[in-house]
Ligand binder design. Structure first.
Ligand code: 3PG
Length: 307
């Protein structure tokens, strides 16, 4: 899979951003980055969109920038010139797809019917926008289409919010989830940047769905328990609860943490994990993907699994 599409899938969330004033695009991008997202789809719905792409790219070169609502080759050319790295179009336009492929820029056209999916497959496109997702059956619509088209993954957008994001988060045929709830134009225009950061953090928590699934013995010593608890709560967003250590087992303990998607969890843990000096060892078994986190988590061994 194309590297840009992989990065979209790892981030798992795509903020669809409508910019009314290009000056506000940079603080909006900062709010997303502060929340943990380095991806932004700037729509071409306003005349500020192209300027916004230029400004954000300059301020935050690490930001993966896409152009949304691209309806024509002309739109796509302008977006590419401005610095966009992927093109999103609400519908399927074969001329636009052909042009993007000629320019080697990733494109995710909208497709919500079997006929449209087959058209996309003719171009070897397997990551497709599913828009407007809420009108075309939401997760049920995606699942029904995935049944015959197992090679396809969707990016549903339209009507996604903090309330229904979890419907999509664990499904293997969902490449990423997009929408304006992550960085609404109302919040941008009212300069509610802290609110954007808060929503992004909460959305990432829901996307990853970390849950303590199993806990083995405690650590060998009191000295081992606090650093382990700090590392685990810091990495997975659990609250750190101090208490009186009671039991110290003779053997090192194990903690199993469930997540909606191991690949995305690795992506987000590596962002924090590097700071913690963890290394990730992947082990695939027949039923599920398990990841062991190796490093200084006190005496504890921690593994993640997709469930
Ligand atoms: C899009 O272009 O993907 C949609 O406008 C996003 O829809 P939403 O505003 O309902 O998230």
């Amino acid at each position: 899979m194309n590297d840009v599409l992989k990065r979209i899938g790892n981030a798992g969330l795509v903020p669809v951003v409508v910019i009314d004033d290009a000056e506000l695009a940079v603080p909006a991008a900062k709010a997303l980055i502060d929340g943990g997202l380095e991806i932004m789809e700037v729509t071409m719905r306003t005349d500020q969109g192209l300027k916004a792409i230029v400004k954000v790219k300059e301020a935050y070169p690490q930001m993966l920038l896409g152009a949304g609502t691209v309806l024509s080759i002309e739109n796509a050319r302008e977006a590419l010139d401005a610095g966009a790295e992927f093109i999103v179009s609400p519908g399927l336009n074969p001329d636009l797809i052909e042009w993007c492929q000629g320019q080697k820029i990733a494109v995710t056209p909208g497709a919500v019917t079997p006929t449209e999916i087959q058209q996309a497959l003719k171009f070897n496109l397997t990551v497709l926008k599913f828009f407007p997702g809420n009108i075309f059956g939401g997760i049920k619509g995606c699942e029904a289409l995935y049944n015959p088209y197992r090679m396809v993954k969707f990016i549903p957008t339209g009507g996604v919010s903090l309330n229904n994001l979890e419907d999509y988060a664990s499904k293997p045929y969902i490449h990423a989830i997009g929408g304006s709830w992550l960085c609404s134009s109302a919040d941008i225009n009212q300069k509610n940047f802290d609110q954007i950061t808060r929503i992004v953090k909460e959305s990432i928590d829901k996307l990853l769905g970390f849950e303590l699934a199993d806990q083995g013995n405690s650590t060998k010593s009191e000295k081992g328990s606090l650093p382990a608890a700090e590392i685990i709560s810091g990495s997975f967003g659990f609250n750190l609860k101090r208490g009186n250590p009671v039991d110290y087992a003779e053997t090192a303990g194990t903690i199993a943490i469930k997540t909606n998607n191991v690949d995305r969890a690795v992506y987000y843990i590596e962002k924090k994990g590097n700071k913690l000096g963890w290394s990730i060892k992947l082990e695939n078994n027949a039923e599920k993907t398990v990841i062991y986190l190796e490093g200084d988590a006190g005496d504890l061994s921690v593994h993640l699994f997709q469930g």
